[in-house]
Design a protein around this ligand. Structure first.
Ligand code: F6R
Length: 607
């Protein structure tokens, strides 16, 4: 998502800020800006679009010549990606300027409060409240520390903030809560940034700020305070990465980085939607009592997320759900009317077939709910309602955190709809919501459990054909596991409902085949055990995925990957993790171009 950089020293700040922003580009952004302290004033330049637009603007500007400043690449969440909404933001009196990563959840009430106090707002961002709060609290007694701490205490949500003030020449301030921020310690100059990517060219000595801590940086020193203003002794750590590796946050590939980011992406997607023990979707206006049928449409992995969603929605809401590939739905005269809810799922929000299917169903009267990751995308604009996945930018072509956050939104929506329709009791609602909230932790545990996967990939990477089998949600997860494997490793792979094997595909089972048996659905464990025995009897090798402690599977399969125990309805987000890693390590063993697989594009904007 957004990127932050701050610098103070003897050198001219702007080139350093721009270089830092360049290194943060991989995070994804849609506008950028810098602000420097120059001759008693804050001078600023911002531009929508690429960093090159900002460079172009700065070339024509004579006054951006200070030695301390802040910079930002913005990935729009609140408000369109325009120059006005771009960071840095500035206070009404021109004294404070800030850059912000994260989301301020209570910005609407703060905005009203500040308006009543006479502050003027110029942008649509959640961030702007912060800079006005700073001005307001600084006005009491001109104490920076007190103003920053008081402002922070008013903010709900996540933030990493960089701050400059005309009354503090040569100083830059940083504070964080649930959003990353790192201090770079140089010789006669100091920095802060969202991640080390932006710093390693200048210094490899870093201080990791903890939640609630804030830092005051001058060219010759860094002072860190805790949330009640006491000085904290911090350790300076030496970063081992070289510049190139740091661009991927130290990971060899963006895909691996994004797999590892899933706990955080899920947290960002789930937590803001849970308020006082209830699922709430801000701005959602949906009369579910009118809905007689749900159609889920999407392409590729997003479609496979929909396949999981069907099980969850039908089970909890007892409403009929159809899942249809958008490329098919759009050309088959769909049966949809004003009693149909179309759920369109898309990471990019720009997939041409999904857009086509939305238009077809909309023209027949269906109401459209989009589940989208990219704010302001075409699908988000076309839909009557949008629920965003807050996965952050996904760079690797093969989706990972995009898919799991789609699952999380579908789980939340199913629970919300079941409640709206009066189809779930209070106790079951409470229990299931608790299980959804555990998903970030369970996905982290699934990652922690995955240490045997590189070795398994080493054993199986020469297999030419892999079958994925499963029942119920396991079967839907198999579809995604199989797609991950084929798109990045180019191995032939197919996914089948386990019960379908003997209706044809079992003819292909022989000693050369690897069968990945997904056996997390405990109610159907006996049936799956039968299917495993079936393929083993024909010589196949079986790699099973099961919940921890499932002894029966250990006795049947050649190898087992365990995942942490989870609510059966919501286990897909946990179960997919080892399959993503399995695909990743197979592709790595086979020397494939993992982040940019051949013939594939990240956003499929043509049919
Ligand atoms: C697979 C993958 C694709 C996308 C599909 C839809 O890893 O990424 O299958 O899921 O192209 O894209 P979006 O979600 O952007 O509509």
């Amino acid at each position: 998502m957004c990127g932050i950089i701050g610098f103070t020293g003897e050198r001219s700040a702007v080139p350093i800020l721009l270089d830092g922003l360049k290194r943060l580009e991989y995070r994804g952004y849609d506008s950028a800006g810098v602000a420097v302290f120059n001759d008693g004033k804050i001078c600023m330049s911002k531009a929508a679009g690429q960093l090159s637009n900002l460079r172009e603007k700065i070339r024509d500007s004579a006054n951006l010549t200070g030695n301390s400043g802040i910079g930002h690449t913005r990935w729009a969440t609140h408000g369109a990606p325009t120059e006005t909404n771009a960071h840095p933001h500035i206070s009404n009196n021109g004294k404070f300027s800030i850059v912000h990563n994260g989301i301020i959840e209570n910005y609407e009430s703060l905005r009203e409060e500040l308006k009543e106090k006479g502050f003027d707002f110029y942008s649509q961002t959640d961030t702007e409240v912060i800079v006005h709060l700073l001005e307001y609290y600084y006005g009491f007694n001109g104490d920076f520390k007190a103003a920053i701490m008081k402002t922070a205490s008013r903010l709900a949500g996540s933030y990493a903030l960089g701050i400059i003030c005309t009354d503090a020449p040569g100083k830059i301030f940083a504070i964080r809560e649930s959003s990353p921020l790192i201090i770079g310690v140089g010789a006669g100059e100091n920095y802060f940034a969202s991640d080390v990517t932006a710093l390693v060219e200048n210094t490899r000595n870093v201080i990791y700020l903890e939640d609630g801590e804030f830092a005051e940086l001058t060219p010759c020193g860094v002072t860190v305070y805790d949330c009640i203003g006491r000085k904290v002794d911090k350790t300076v750590t030496r970063v081992a990465w070289d510049v190139e590796a740091a661009e991927k946050g130290g990971y060899e590939h963006f895909m691996l980085k994004e797999i590892m980011e899933q706990p955080r992406a899920l947290k960002s997607t789930i937590e803001p939607r849970v308020k006082q023990g209830r699922v709430e979707f801000e701005g959602l206006e949906l009369d579910l009592s009118r809905v007689r049928k749900i159609i889920i449409t999407a392409c590729g992995s997003a479609y496979y997320a929909g396949c999981v969603g069907r099980y969850v929605i039908e089970e909890l809401c007892r409403l009929p759900v159809e899942v249809e590939l958008a490329s098919e739905l759009r050309y088959r005269n769909p049966i949809a009317d004003e009693h149909t809810l179309l759920i369109a799922i898309s990471q990019s929000g720009e997939t041409a077939d999904t857009i086509g299917a939305i238009k077809e169903c909309r023209s027949r009267g269906a109401s459209v709910l989009a589940i989208v990751n990219v704010v302001g995308s075409t699908i988000a604009k076309l839909a009557d309602n949008v629920i965003y996945t807050w996965a952050g930018p996904e760079i690797a072509v093969a989706t990972t955190k995009g898919y799991t956050t789609q699952l999380a939104v579908l789980d939340l929506f199913a629970l919300y709809a079941a409640d709206e329709l009066g189809r779930i009791g209070a106790e079951r609602y409470r229990q299931l919501l608790g299980q959804i909230m555990k998903l970030p932790m369970l996905v982290q545990r699934a990652l922690d459990f995955s240490s045997n996967i590189p070795a398994l990939a080493g054993r199986y990477h020469k297999n030419r054909t892999v079958f994925f089998i499963g029942r119920n949600i396991d079967c839907a997860v198999g579809l995604e596991g199989s797609l991950k494997l084929k798109e990045i490793s180019y191995l032939h792979s197919e996914a089948y409902p386990a019960g379908e094997l003997k209706h044809g595909t079992i003819a292909l089972i022989d000693p050369d085949r690897l069968v990945v048996a997904l056996a997390c659905h405990e109610a159907l464990l006996d049936k799956m055990t039968g299917n495993i025995q079936e393929v083993k009897a024909r010589g196949a090798t079986v790699l099973a995925v099961a919940q921890e402690g499932t002894k029966k599977i250990v006795a049947e399969a050649d190898d087992v990957i365990f995942v942490p125990r989870a609510e059966p309805l919501f286990i897909a987000a946990v179960e997919i993790v080892p399959l993503q890693l399995f695909a990743y390590y197979i592709a790595r063993n086979n020397g494939c171009d993992i982040d940019k697989p051949k013939n594939l594009a990240k956003s499929v904007t043509v049919e």
